[in-house]
Design a protein around this ligand. Structure first.
Ligand code: GLN
Length: 246
């Protein structure tokens, strides 16, 4: 049976606004197609994982405090992570972990938390802790030459600069900075984004993009995923898009 292996990073520290839901949705949509899924968790003091052993690496968002604690641990895996990204392992990084894969994160008190420096972007928190990018967000993304809207929820003080390739164009909400036109960072096998929500439950097309990517890569095929009944997901999306875009 075809199998997808997921590594869930720091589940005890990075879990805001339903981030764990992304794991649940991946599991549901993989198993509904008759494939199996293995979910391994890694946090501080656990045995070192080999990132190349996985198809998907997922990390959620966290507050500045958690970010500063786990950044030191994460940096131990810098070379292994860079290698896994180069080899095509899929990384889905939300908010706080999105920030930690860049050059650095300057927190709300002005402390610099060194990032993994895997990507060229960097993030600086707005010094006024009461003024944050908070609320619903809709972006337009292009996946396999197909344009679609992605819906989520953002809550970040961090303002991210120097993005070479954004995940999407902002249709509603803030994005990488206050009133930005761009959101997130994207390359074939990396989605780094501010969208919580949980992201994947509101965006089945995006979930299936990730699943198809992983199966095609692992089994060297061009898999056509069986359609699932997304009636409720689509109704929910329609409601949200009507509310935010009209
Ligand atoms: N601490 C970061 C910020 O406020 C990340 C927050 C989050 O992950 N939601 O910008």
């Amino acid at each position: 049976m075809k199998e997808i292996k997921i590594l869930y990073l720091y589940p005890d520290m990075l879990e805001l606004y339903g981030d764990y839901g992304n794991i649940q949705v991946l599991k549901y949509r993989i198993e509904s197609r008759g494939y199996s899924v293995i979910i391994d968790r890694y946090s501080i003091d656990d045995d070192a994982p080999d990132f190349n052993n996985y198809d998907i690496v997922f990390a959620g968002g966290g507050a500045d405090n958690e970010q500063s604690i786990l950044a030191e641990d994460l940096i131990k895996y810098k070379d292994n992570i860079k290698d896994a990204i180069k080899n095509g392992v899929f990384f889905l990084l939300i908010c706080g972990s999105y920030q930690l894969f860049g050059k650095y994160y300057k927190d709300v008190d002005g402390n610099i938390i060194p990032g993994l420096d895997v990507f060229d972007y960097y993030t600086e928190s707005n010094p006024d802790r009461k003024s944050r990018c908070i609320g619903n967000i809709v972006i337009e993304v292009e996946l396999n030459n197909f344009k679609t809207t992605v819906i989520g929820f953002e809550n970040h003080g961090g303002q991210t600069f120097n993005i070479s390739r954004p995940f999407g164009n902002v249709l509603f909400g803030n994005g990488n900075k206050f009133n930005d036109t761009q959101e997130g960072y994207f390359q074939n096998n990396v989605i780094a984004t501010y969208l919580h929500g949980p992201l994947l439950s509101k965006n089945p097309v995006l979930t299936d993009y990730i699943i198809k990517y992983c199966l095609d890569r692992k089994y060297n095929e061009n898999i056509i995923l069986e359609n699932l009944n997304d009636e409720f997901e689509n109704l929910c999306r329609e409601q949200l898009l009507n509310r935010f875009l009209k």
